[in-house]
Design a binder for this molecule. Structure first.
Ligand SMILES: Nc1ncnc2c1ncn2[C@@H]1O[C@H](COP(=O)(O)OP(=O)(O)OP(=O)(O)O)[C@@H](O)[C@H]1O
Ligand SMILES: [Mg+2]
Length: 1062
């Protein structure tokens, strides 16, 4: 294994923070006064908000979108535009449009390919490639067999440990039941023993006892009867559900508990002694072998885990190429924290889909090892998190939800429970408003709790020193990549290999071997067909395209020229995919996918619904589909590797590719354990050659703080929360905090016109003038003044609701106006109030559709339109193209249009029909829905802080729920389980799994037989996620009961009865 590139760089910086003297505190404000009026005015002007937020993702909607933006045109890039036009034109030719796949193939294969004696060498070679399965399912192994035994134990959730004895007594008559339900299961029984052992180690019962010392006898009786009640219910449940496991198993579990105990002590006492597996129980190693197919750590992983700095729990940044195996190191450190140090852990990941993937992957570990895995993404997550007495929690969160979680832990003074924070894709700190949020989160942790360890990883970091200084972290880097990645460029028909030793960075490799007819040359000027057929269908291939439309066109174009042989490859399974797609679309199927899937080809971009994406991804990862044409969504999205990655052009939309983007995209090629080699081919035209050569030879881009650039979403939001959470409330403390941020580190580079001090003062003045903060002047000595800030009610509401400060004023006014005459006969008015302001500019109305929908409104709905100030005649004039003299607020008109869409969606609950009605891609509709659900919950929190809006609270709770699960009510409990989307929920429901309890008790083997197109791996993941959720809920309830029955620590009797104590 190549460990040659290994190096450890230690550069822990001792930052000197120049605390400003109070003299300077007094001197600055006047000069730094800001004119807030400008922004206020802007808000009122039609369309002005567009300018402020263009290209910025809304903070609250954890992104599922493309990594590099959401563009859909590249008109300025003329060559690509021509090609795209050509492809579109070709696709629109009637004879091609009308055909179903088979016909299309017949046409093209017989006419173009056969008649023209078109010979794509690799297509001919297809049959020779047929043998291997492209991927190996490493997770398909069975659980450890459960031997029937005489000495029975029960698989009770840990919350039921107290009743274990009773359960054991009533065990004798369970045997038969258990043998039927073996699969519930080898996982959760560990919990029992683990819990048991912990109760031995830490004696949680004693805690109870000590607190119960002060309880009155009636307390005890009350508690007892409730306990009895719980006990008998749970015993009943357990009888009905739980299996047995053998003595051998029991012994194994006892061993596990012992190992955890030893590991814990080891870590507490000395850092040199190691437990069986990096201070962890050997069970962890077994789990990695069993579930991830990882037998042995890479050398660098071992080195990294045994670094002194890591053992001393110093903050750490590590950087390795894509696919280097970074996750495993982080996971082992997380497990150490959860199991040995018994602290909670937060893992921050960039996208909802990745969070869900991780939850599914780690739930089994949680069940087996006895910790909770909690999801904080999209609409999921509780603030503050449930307090757990026994087991620790691993919170897996998106950037936005991670920030809210940290805020709530600081607010409830529980931040010290957070032992470790892991940030994957740390370079995201330089990515717009999301980067600013990540920076705030980390800066707050650093400032409030010195004992929380921070670990960041990335494959694409350049200016690590700045990040090190910010995080006060050590740095480890290594060039290891388990599968070699060969990079190529294609210019005309020449393929060149990227070679850092060559003069201009490339060496000639080969000429593309193909024979194209003239027609095909025209249709496929980039020779994509030749390139992809060198690998598919036995190996997978990703083709990155600059735009969404281009993805669809390329997919269709390629299929037109593939031989019929491709149809035969995994034909049945492809039919299943189509059937399932149709199923989740309620009978609808995208015509492009209908034509391409039979060839094993599909497009993948944010225009698909998340259900469709998930289904296609599953088919791709099992090799049923072998080619994705995709946008950059896949560059950092779910783990979908490919033997070959093709970049169709060096552009993302109109922008020339950046080095980081390029690295992330090509990094998808050749993944460990799946491919033996990986290769990337960047297709370029002569005109771009120079720029591409610079691209491949240049260093990665630096990342920079976005706190100032993002203003209302950056520094403003930060200050409001610093003061709201009382992290820092006076000017000098706030400035001190700012010097410790990433911005503080980079101030010399980033702040040219104003100093950090000036910016701090200006921002505080701005917030004060907006009525979000109040300034108190405290006279300390004769000439010494200190400025203290506290948050106003409006400020607190905005901060609690995580409202972008650019919109808090208008939101307040809209809600206030709503109080004057809220129309509740229809949902439209409420929907209008929670339609996200920053989505308004993303979708321009189709005036004809707008008009049609308007004329179908009920009288109550018409009243809503009138109340917000949009008239039917205005829309009518727009639809007929008439000039309109009257000035109308475009934002309001557009916002109402989006409310119409959401209203229709809630009525019909069918994304497809709404997409058709409004002529908008279904993926967009779904984004709007997710955004609205998120904003609705923000508005709810906003209203909770303002007494005058009490009436909205109950209404918004319900509306948020409706928007979050815009599906038939019966599917909601199933969709709570990570990874179960609407389509899957429908299937499960129809198969008789109607509740969380049903899923948690399901046998994966039975599931795969009764539910179409569900792999064993997925079935197991669903069941373990469901178990985890059920366990979490049960424990949360149990804790609530405990809390209710616990005597308050300040109960007067305890202080006043010394005699009793004696
Ligand atoms: N020691 C190991 N032995 C075998 N496979 C491993 C080992 N460590 C990690 N892997 C596998 O390698 C693959 C890539 O690992 P991982 O996802 O951690 O890469 P990464 O460094 O995070 O890459 P990226 O920057 O692309 O996210 C995974 O499938 C993982 O299971
Ligand atoms: Mg990774």
């Amino acid at each position: 294994m190549d460990e040659g590139g290994s190096r450890i760089i230690r550069r822990v910086s001792l930052r000197k923070r120049n605390r400003p003297s109070l003299g300077s505190v007094c001197a600055a404000p006047a000069a730094a006064e800001l004119k807030p009026g400008n922004v206020e005015d802007e808000e009122m002007v039609a369309g002005s908000r567009r300018r402020k937020t263009v290209g910025v993702q809304p903070v609250e909607y954890d992104s599922e979108e493309d990594m590099f933006g959401d563009y859909d045109s590249f008109t300025e890039n003329s060559f690509l535009a021509q090609v795209d036009d050509l492809e579109q034109k070709y696709m629109q030719l009637p004879e091609h449009r009308e055909h179903d796949t088979d016909l299309a193939i017949e046409d093209l294969c017989s006419e173009s390919i056969k008649d023209s004696k078109l010979n794509i060498t690799t297509v001919d070679n297809f049959t020779a490639l047929k043998t291997d399965e492209p991927t190996k399912n490493q997770c398909g192994q069975e659980d450890v067999a459960i031997e029937p035994g005489t000495d029975l134990l029960y698989d009770v959730p840990s919350s039921q440990v107290l009743y274990f004895e009773n359960l054991q007594n009533s065990s004798n008559d369970w045997g038969n039941q258990f043998t039927k339900e073996k699969d519930w299961n080898s996982s959760s029984h560990q919990t029992v023993n683990e819990e048991l052992s912990h109760s031995c180690i830490e004696q949680p019962q004693q805690n109870d006892q000590s607190s119960s010392e002060v309880r009155t006898s009636s307390d005890t009786t009350r508690r007892k009867s409730l306990k009895d009640h719980l006990k008998s219910t749970m015993t009943g449940n357990a009888k009905a559900q739980t299996p047995v496991f053998s003595k051998t198993k029991q012994l194994k579990e006892t061993l596990l508990s012992e190992e955890i105990n030893v590991a814990k002590k080891t870590l507490e006492s000395s850092s040199d002694d190691r437990g069986p597996f990096y201070s962890l129980p050997s069970k962890v190693r077994d789990l990695y072998v069993q579930f991830k197919g990882i037998e042995k750590l890479y050398e660098w992983q071992h080195t990294c885990l045994t670094l002194n700095s890591v053992q001393e729990r110093k903050n750490l940044i590590y950087s390795l190429p894509t696919s280097g195996g970074k996750t495993l190191v982080a996971e082992i450190l997380m497990l150490q924290e959860l199991l040995c140090r018994r602290k909670d852990v937060l893992m921050i990941l960039p996208y909802v889909a990745i969070v869900q993937e991780k939850i599914s992957g780690l739930s089994t570990f949680g069940m087996e090892l006895g910790f909770f895995v909690e999801e904080y993404a999209g609409s999921k997550g509780r603030f503050p998190p449930v307090k757990r007495r026994e087991k620790k929690s691993l919170y897996i969160a998106t950037i936005e939800k991670g920030h809210s979680l940290v805020n709530s832990l600081i607010e409830t003074e529980r931040i010290s429970n957070l032992g470790l924070v892991v940030v994957d894709e740390l370079h995201m700190i330089g990515a717009g408003s999301r980067g600013a949020v990540l920076e705030m989160t980390l800066a707050k942790i650093l400032y409030t709790n010195k004992t929380t360890q921070i670990i960041g990883m990335s494959a694409t970091l350049n200016n690590v020193e700045d990040l090190q200084e910010f995080l006060q972290a050590e740095y480890y880097t290594n060039q290891f990549r388990p599968v070699e990645l060969k990079e190529y460029l294609k210019i005309n028909d020449e393929i060149h290999e990227v070679d850092s030793k060559a003069e201009n960075g490339i060496t000639f490799s080969r000429l593309l071997n193909y024979k194209y007819s003239d027609t095909l040359k025209k249709m496929d000027p980039d020779r994509l067909v030749a390139l992809v057929t060198e690998v598919i269908p036995n190996y997978s291939c990703l083709v990155f395209c600059p735009t969404k439309k281009n993805c669809e066109n390329v997919a269709e174009m390629i299929c037109k020229f593939l031989s019929k042989e491709y149809l035969k490859h995994r034909e049945k399974e492809k039919c299943e995919v189509i059937k399932n797609l149709k199923n989740i679309g309620g009978g609808n199927l995208c015509p492009v996918l209908k034509r391409t899937i039979p060839f094993g080809v599909a497009y993948h971009h944010s225009g698909l619904t998340s259900d469709e994406r998930k289904l296609l991804e599953e088919a791709y990862s099992t090799g049923v589909l072998c080619l994705f044409t995709c946008t950059s969504t896949l560059a950092a999205g779910v783990n979908l590797p490919a033997r070959r990655v093709i970049l169709r052009a060096p552009y993302v939309a109109k922008e020339f590719l950046k080095r980081n983007q390029y690295k992330q995209m090509i990094g998808r090629a050749g993944r460990a354990g799946i491919d033996t080699v990986g290769e990337s081919i960047l297709i370029l035209q002569e005109k771009d050659k120079q720029q591409v050569l610079e691209l491949i030879n240049s260093p990665l881009e630096n990342c920079y703080s976005h706190l100032v650039q993002e203003f209302t979403k950056g520094i403003q939001t930060l200050f409001l929360s610093l003061i709201g959470l009382k992290i820092a409330t006076n000017l000098s403390d706030i400035y001190h905090f700012m010097s410790g941020t990433f911005l503080g580190v980079q101030q010399k580079i980033l702040l040219k016109e104003k100093s950090l001090w000036e910016i701090t003062v200006e921002s505080l003045s701005y917030l004060t003038e907006k009525g979000l903060l109040q300034k108190d002047t405290i006279r300390k000595a004769e000439k010494e003044v200190e400025y203290n800030f506290h948050i106003t009610k409006l400020g607190r509401a905005s901060f609690k609701g995580m409202i972008d400060l650019a919109y808090c004023g208008i939101l307040y006014r809209d809600l206030k106006k709503g109080l004057e005459g809220l129309v509740l006969e229809s949902l439209l008015h409420l929907i209008y109030l929670i339609t996200p302001y920053d989505m308004v500019f993303l979708y321009d109305p189709d005036w004809m559709i707008y008009f049609r929908q308007f004329s179908q409104l009920s009288p109550a709905e018409q009243k809503v339109a009138a109340l917000v100030g949009v008239s039917e005649s205005f829309i009518g004039k727009k639809a007929s193209g008439q000039a309109i003299k009257k000035k109308v607020d475009k934002d309001i008109v557009n916002r109402l249009y989006l409310s119409f869409i959401l209203n229709t969606l809630l009525k019909e609950t069918n994304i497809w029909s709404v997409s058709e009605k409004y002529n908008m891609p279904r993926g967009y509709i779904q984004n709007l829905l997710t955004g609205a659900a998120s904003f609705s919950s923000c508005v709810l929190h906003f209203c909770e802080e303002l007494e005058e809006f009490w009436v909205y609270r109950a209404l918004l709770v319900e509306l948020t729920k409706k928007l979050t699960y815009c599906v038939k009510a019966e599917l909601i409990p199933l969709m709570e389980v990570t990874g179960v989307l609407e389509g899957r929920a429908k299937q499960l429901y129809n198969a008789g799994y109607k509740s969380l309890m049903h899923l948690a008790n399901a046998n994966p083997e039975v599931l795969i037989k009764t539910v179409d197109h569900l792999s064993r791996r997925q079935a197991k993941q669903i069941v373990s996620s469901a178990k985890m959720l059920l366990l979490e809920k049960a424990e949360a309830l149990q804790e609530e009961v405990e809390e209710l029955l616990r005597l308050p620590s300040d109960f007067p009797d305890t202080v006043a009865s010394p005699i009793e104590k004696a």
